[in-house]
Design a protein around this ligand. Structure first.
Ligand code: ADP
Ligand code: MG
Length: 601
């Protein structure tokens, strides 16, 4: 008796549907991609009830002839691939001829399509994979596909759908990902009768980012462009100051296709190294363009994974491009006096006295104490030239990586003056018609960190006169033993001392002896938490600690010359973020202040 059965085409399609059509959002992705492949300039994506009962995608693309419309729902029916050679260079979103077959196997579909130039169109009704009606009809050129009752014949799959709300979120996200990849196509997304987004389709990536990710994100993004050996990278990355708690705002595209890529993710994050706190992630919309033969998109039926033939090259160009863009970020953030603050301060408060507690009301009637004459710091009277970071965004191409770094232009006519220090924390600098506030600790920490990093393995060490004795826990002692080489490399000499104690005999040159104990404790803490850190990252973590402990501290007053050195580095654009990713300076413009004081409106 035979046991082997050949599955019916419908059953085969239903099984395949599992890979292609996981949820309503996958239908949106597949149909929108078909519209893009059809050369549409306008695509409308509508869905209701999370997409489970109704999805309609309409486009003004090339449309289908009645013959093609009749076979489009068959498995392996595609107009995009003709022979094996074609598989080596896929230039379209689709090519497997699976999506319509898979979707129609598990839903009720109505397809209305008219080929460009044809006198009339055709309407095809398909249910669970079978064409049940096909009639000529009048309709605009292009295609409209309505998918109803997804998974109506596969209850097991239907059960796995989440709430309408979360399916709807996934549908919008899928539509957004498609739209962001095609700035030249105007995409409209309508959820339960209401427009969620609309892109103008003007071909500009920045308009698409603005329409889809919102004004705040768009304004915080830095453009980046680079090219290396036929691999082009364009797009936007977020300023380190505006990082996010997760990776949900990272969008990668390869030849217009949204892809998930651990490789690209790590190239981007590597470029932010030492500018972001652990657990913070950049946002980005990066478009990679390369020869179709240099990338394999046939990795998974959903086509969101790709394989690059030269991964290292792609990694390098993305890394270098993003890095150059971050290095070129010239201006510190501007401090804005919020409108609510302005209103609160400038509007008269008639109930002021009534709302004041009796005690402070009496206080307010007392004569003001004589002004304390401020201790004057020597201020630097001379104006210094600002050496600014390049104002034009550097463009990365082979050979000019070095140049980009060197091409820091000196803009001699911009001057600045260190006014002094305030609140024992911030250095105040006047530059042109702006006031710069610099967090002296954060800036100094960064300077030391960069210097130590540049020194490579040769960190200067100082032998301490009286060794500092510490009592690490057994676990920390083990860490110190395991990491002796790393610690020695970074200027520490720590040896067992007696039964359980350790003696710190030498320290990095920059560090004060009084900081030694706390520094070693912090380093142990990091090494303990970071047992999966690569050697390089462990080294950076230790350097962070050394830099932090060696940097001048907030809360203490410092010599003006020291502050000036820091201001020089910040004004030269050498220092923008502390090693943890906090900004080191902020601008307050005269305009903002004038507005605040109603000097200008
Ligand atoms: P694939 O996209 O991999 O070719 P699909 O099953 O998604 O497979 O589509 C099958 C075929 O139907 C396509 O190759 C194309 O010829 C045609 N088609 C599907 N959607 C459209 C559309 N919106 N406009 C024009 N033709 C379409
Ligand atoms: Mg397709």
């Amino acid at each position: 008796m035979t046991k082997i059965n050949i599955l019916s085409p419908l059953l085969a399609d239903m099984i395949a549907a599992g890979e292609v059509v996981e949820r309503p959002a996958s239908v949106i992705k597949e149909l929108a991609e078909n519209s893009f492949d059809a050369g549409a300039k306008k695509v409308s994506i509508e869905f209701r009830n999370g997409g489970a009962t109704y999805i309609r995608i309409t486009d003004d693309g090339c449309g289908m002839s009645p013959e093609d419309a009749g076979i489009a729902f068959m498995r392996h029916a595609t107009s995009k691939l003709h022979d094996e050679k074609g598989l080596e260079a896929i230039g379209t979103m689709g090519f497997r001829g699976e999506a319509l077959a898979a979707i129609s196997a598990v839903s009720r579909i109505e397809l209305i399509t008219r080929e460009k130039g044809a006198a009339e169109g055709v309407k095809v009704t398909v249910q669970a994979g079978d064409i049940i009606d096909m009639t000529p009809c009048g309709c605009p050129e292009g295609t409209s596909i309505t998918v109803r009752d997804l998974f109506f014949n596969t209850p097991a799959r239907l059960k796995f759908l989440k709430s309408d709300r979360s399916e709807a979120t996934a549908c919008t996200a899928a539509a957004l990902r498609c739209a962001l990849g095609r700035p030249e196509v105007s995409v409209k997304c309508i959820k339960d009768g209401e427009e969620v987004f609309f892109t103008p389709g003007d071909g500009r990536a920045d308009s698409a980012v603005y329409s889809l990710l919102g004004r705040d994100i768009a304004n915080s993004m830095l453009p980046c462009n680079g090219e290396l050996d036929g691999v082009e990278v364009n797009g936007f990355v977020s300023s380190p100051a505006l990082s996010r708690g997760n990776r949900s705002m990272q969008y990668f595209y390869c030849n217009g296709r949204f892809i998930k890529s651990a490789l690209l993710q790590s190239a981007v994050e590597q470029a932010y190294k030492n500018t972001l706190l652990t657990g913070r992630y950049p946002a980005c919309a990066l478009f990679i363009a390369l020869k179709t033969s240099a990338v394999d998109v046939n990795v998974h039926p959903a086509k969101t994974e790709v394989r690059f033939s030269d991964e290292k090259k792609v990694f390098d160009v993305v890394y270098q491009t993003v890095k150059a863009s971050l290095d070129g970020e010239a201006q510190p953030l501007e401090l804005k006096i919020s409108e609510s603050t302005q209103r609160a301060v400038s509007s008269p408060r008639p109930d002021f006295f009534r709302s004041m507690p009796a005690q402070s009301y009496r206080e307010s009637l007392k004569p003001a104490p004589p002004p304390v004459s401020p201790r004057r710091e020597p201020v630097s009277p001379s104006l210094r030239p600002i050496v600014n970071a390049p104002l034009t965004k550097p463009r990365f191409s082979p050979g000019n990586v070095e140049k980009t770094v060197e091409s820091v232009e000196k803009i001699a006519d911009l001057k600045y003056r260190v006014i002094g220090e305030c609140l024992n924390t911030y250095i105040l600098v006047e530059t042109g018609d702006e006031l710069l506030l610099i967090d002296k600790h954060a800036a100094h920490e960064r300077m030391i960190f960069d210097r130590l990093k540049a020194q490579g393995g040769q960190i200067m060490s100082q032998t301490v006169l009286t060794p500092v004795i510490i009592k690490p826990t057994a676990e920390d002692a083990e860490l110190l033993e395991q990491n002796t080489a790393l610690l020695n490399d970074l200027g520490f000499e720590i040896e067992p001392y007696g039964a359980a104690d350790y003696a710190i005999r030498a320290l990095p040159d920059d560090m004060e002896v009084s900081e030694a104990k706390a520094a070693v404790e912090e380093i142990c803490d990091k090494l303990r938490r970071g047992d999966k850190l690569s050697a390089d990252s462990a080294r950076d973590e230790v350097l962070h600690t050394v830099a932090c402990k060696a940097a001048i501290k907030a809360g203490r007053r410092h010599d003006i010359r020291e502050l000036e050195r820091i201001a020089d580095a910040v004004c030269a654009g050498e220092v923008k973020y502390c090693p943890h990713g906090r900004p080191v300076s902020v601008r307050l413009s005269k305009g903002e202040l004038d507005k605040f004081f109603s000097r200008i409106v």
